[in-house]
Ligand binder design. Structure first.
Ligand code: CMP
Length: 466
């Protein structure tokens, strides 16, 4: 009993990575790590004078990095969709990955060695290098950025691009600092800003293979270093140029795949010498698809998602439609879930026929956007003009008879199709819905009765009464 309670409490002390406080802590560690990665090399390169602020900051960094180690021992580790919460297991994993570097980066190596060896003007040159241990914390960078991606739903492509820019900026900064350290730049100025700006200017012109040659190596070490930067720089520059388009494309995957699809379609239409006006119609159609649902094929996407999640996502994606259909606004969630799962989205072009009078009906349609006319077979009488939120094609299904009217679009219409078998199942399962449909069917029949539409000129049914 006691052992059980104790172990429960022990487990309760586990922090989950998604805990907002833990995330805030990770954010602090990220800021300090980036700060350290920028400032430590500058301090070493420019022989900065160590003020009491420096020592205060050293204490803060040591404290934060040490607390971080403690917290890491108590933070669950995500493995697939599960979390490892057993502390022994967590410690084992942490020891295998990252603990040594975290401990090394937490030690105030510079302060300790300065205390042990004593600081003289000469020894300081070497002792400063002991500050570099702080940079080891950078190994957590990927993990820390990943938290941001999840927290703010950053697109993985954008994050990769940001990561890439960050690494490029940091590496350039370090190269500039090393350049100053191993010989400095030829300038009379003692200004730190001036010296650094010249060094970073040299770095960027060298990495970008521009090499104006106005800043040149001063000594053997700088020459060797310049050769190395040139070789690595040329390679990485090629990599940057080669990858920038794919990196940019990955920022907006949907747009990139849409563009590719459009190029393929254009090439095909040209190849088959399709007349220009028909080509324009095809382009217009795809433009409409792009604008109305961002080129995503809802059904294909949904098919890849497992059942319970699928209906939640379908409900969320089609909530705009649900809001447009007055009956659905107050309908029970189960009915809506069943319904949205059965709906198939499709698009009708302007002036096209959704339904033709006399045909056998196998489905009904819910209009999501656009306007349709319900007309007689010869199209001389308009029974009704229906807009978003209305539905058509239910009469043939309810009354088991041929289509009673022709339905024609006025403009581009986004329509959801509900199959007869699904329609029957839903009607059977939800009597309220069945009653509602039957009521509307009756009203529509009445409106179509000979002479009725001539009196009013239009059907009593509009989206508001649906
Ligand atoms: P259905 O008969 O299956 O196919 C034609 C559709 O037009 C019909 O179902 C109704 O959904 C719709 N419809 C027919 N008459 C009217 C009307 N008077 N007002 C609105 N819609 C109608």
């Amino acid at each position: 009993m006691f052992v059980q309670r104790f172990s429960d409490e022990y487990i309760a002390m586990i922090i989950y990575p998604s805990n907002p406080r833990r995330e805030f802590w990770d954010f602090i560690v990220l800021v300090i790590t980036v700060y350290v990665a920028i400032v430590v090399p500058v301090r070493i390169a420019l022989n900065y004078h160590y003020s009491s602020w420096f020592y205060l900051f050293e204490i803060i960094v040591t404290f934060i990095f040490s607390v971080d180690i403690y917290l890491n021992f108590n933070t669950a580790i995500k493995k697939g969709v599960k979390y490892i919460t057993d502390k022994k297991e967590i410690a084992k994993k942490y020891k295998a990955k990252g603990l040594a570097m975290d401990i090394l980066s937490a030690i105030p190596l510079f302060a300790v060695s300065a205390f042990v060896f004593g600081v003289t003007a000469q020894s300081l040159q070497v002792l400063r290098l002991f500050e570099l241990n702080r940079l080891l914390k950078l190994h957590r960078m990927n993990h820390l950025l990943d938290i941001w991606r999840k927290r703010f739903q950053i697109n993985p492509g954008t994050l990769r691009l940001l990561n890439f820019i960050l690494i490029l900026a940091l590496v350039s900064h370090w190269i500039a600092c090393i350049w100053i350290m191993i010989g400095g730049v030829r300038t009379d100025s003692k200004e730190y800003g001036e010296i650094y700006s010249l060094a970073i200017y040299w770095t960027v012109t060298t990495i970008a293979t521009v090499g104006y040659g106005d800043i040149t190596p001063q000594n053997f070490t700088q020459r060797m270093f310049a050769i190395m930067v040139m070789i690595v720089g040329a390679g990485s520059y090629g990599f940057v140029v080669g990858n920038i388009s794919s990196l940019l494309a990955s920022v907006d995957v949907v747009k990139a795949s849409y563009r590719k699809k459009m190029e393929e379609i254009s090439a095909f239409l040209n190849y088959r010498s399709i007349p220009a006006d028909m080509q324009n119609k095809v382009h217009e159609y795809y433009d409409h698809i792009w604008e109305s649902r961002l080129g995503h094929d809802e059904s294909t996407m949904l098919n890849e998602i497992p059942e319970p999640l699928k209906s939640d996502i379908a409900l969320f994606m089609r909530q705009d439609l649900i809001k447009k259909v007055p009956f659905f606004v107050h309908a029970e969630e189960k009915l809506l879930k069943d319904l949205v799962m059965s709906l198939q989205p499709t698009v009708y072009l302007p002036n096209s026929y959704v339904i033709k009078k006399g045909e056998t009906g196998s489905c009904m349609y819910i209009i999501s956007t656009g306007t349709v006319d319900v007309v007689s077979e010869d199209e001389t009488t308009v029974y009704a003009t229906l807009r978003e939120g209305s539905f058509v094609g239910e009469m043939a299904l309810v009354l088991d008879m041929p289509r009673t009217a022709t339905v024609k679009t006025r403009e581009y219409c986004d329509v959801y199709i509900l199959d007869k078998s699904d329609f029957d199942k839903i009607l059977e399962k939800y009597p309220d819905f069945a009653k509602h449909i039957q009521k509307i069917t009756k009203e529509r029949m009445h409106a179509m009765a000979p002479g009725r539409q001539d009196e009013t000129g239009k059907s009593p049914l509009n989206p508001e009464t649906n």
